[in-house]
Design a protein around this ligand. Structure first.
Ligand code: SF4
Length: 314
């Protein structure tokens, strides 16, 4: 399945996810990534799915959601990889425009240095760009970019996009304890974000099993301090909530819904329980996915999470 959810998101409302990149093509290999190791680490833009396939699946899902008396607020391109690696992203967005639903893209921003990528994103209504650090050493440490990428070029691309884009631009900064949560460093990050035309600067923390087990969120004191550093320079700042959204189960089959959702959003035990309840099935479905190797279990901060085994889906 290319779509997952919809899930309720604080930023976008009831949002239908689009996973249009095979796991896990990305130009970064972030230490906190919740969907596992990047493979391949690449900057080669490619064609993955044709627009018609994506459009048909989205329209079917929208119909299914409507039949259950619900309305989707946004269609969000948030794959288990970097969405701008898809050469057809602009075409997909344009094809979906007539639906009249907000189109959102969550990108790591590495491709915004290319005018054709910025132009492709002009068809979106809302774009979130990753700005974890503007310190080159820390950028390498936290985002582990593809070798030939240059941080200044990435930041210049974000600046250019901010000047040209007419929709809502937001930033997302993931704070990792003792990596990018130092006050001085945060001031530099906030200074860069304040130079952009952003609707909101979001701060997030790792709350699902990260790529590297030693990654931890900053403590509450540091997080509050980070918020205030940002607020001094940026008008609108929000810390993203830690509340786990409950995905729409629908009629696609609980097995596929669990796998397509956990490929992008690892699910905690409580969320899985509520999905099983909605589908009217028991934990034997999950046990079978685990024993077949389709699903994996991980523990992070004393919580059990279920993740799709992406190596099996490649
Ligand atoms: S967090 Fe996003 S940008 Fe970073 S490696 Fe994972 S998919 Fe790529």
């Amino acid at each position: 399945m290319i779509t997952f959810g919809p899930l309720t998101s604080r930023r976008l409302g009831y949002s239908l996810g689009v996973n249009h990149i095979p796991a896990k093509y990305c130009s970064y290999d972030c230490i906190y990534c919740q969907v596992g190791p990047t493979k391949p680490l690449t900057i080669k833009r490619q064609i993955f799915y044709d627009t018609q396939t994506i459009q048909t699946e989205i329209e079917q899902k929208l119909l299914e959601v409507k039949q259950q008396g619900k309305t989707v607020d946004a269609i969000t391109f948030v794959p288990d990889g970097e969405p701008c690696l898809d050469q057809k992203l602009g075409e997909h967005l344009q094809a979906l425009k007539p639906l009249g639903i907000k189109l959102a893209v969550i990108t790591n921003a590495t491709f915004l240095m290319f005018p054709e990528v910025r132009e492709a994103l002009f068809s979106a209504d809302w774009v979130s760009v990753k700005v974890d650090s503007v310190n080159e050493r820390i950028w390498h440490k936290i985002n582990r970019p593809y070798g030939r990428l240059n941080m200044e070029h990435v930041l210049d691309g974000i600046t250019a996009f901010s000047k040209e884009f007419l929709g809502d631009l937001v930033t997302e900064t993931m704070l990792v304890q003792e990596i990018n949560d130092d006050g001085q460093m945060l001031k530099q990050t906030a200074k860069f974000i304040s130079s952009l035309k952003v609707k909101c600067a979001y701060i997030s923390v790792p709350n699902r099993p990260p790529m590297e087990a030693w990654v931890h969120p900053p403590d509450a004191k540091r997080l509050t301090a980070a918020y205030h550093v940002f607020r001094k320079k940026i008008d609108s700042v929000e810390i993203l909530g830690l509340v786990e959204p409950k995905p729409f189960v629908g009629s696609s089959g609980i097995r596929e819904v669990l796998l397509s959702t956990a490929a992008v959003h690892p699910l905690d035990q409580q969320t899985v329980q509520s999905m099983l309840d909605e589908a009217g099935v028991g934990w034997d479905v999950v046990d079978r996915l685990l024993s077949d190797g389709d699903l994996k279990k991980a523990v992070y901060m004393n919580n059990v999470f279920f993740l799709t085994n992406l190596t099996k889906r490649r």
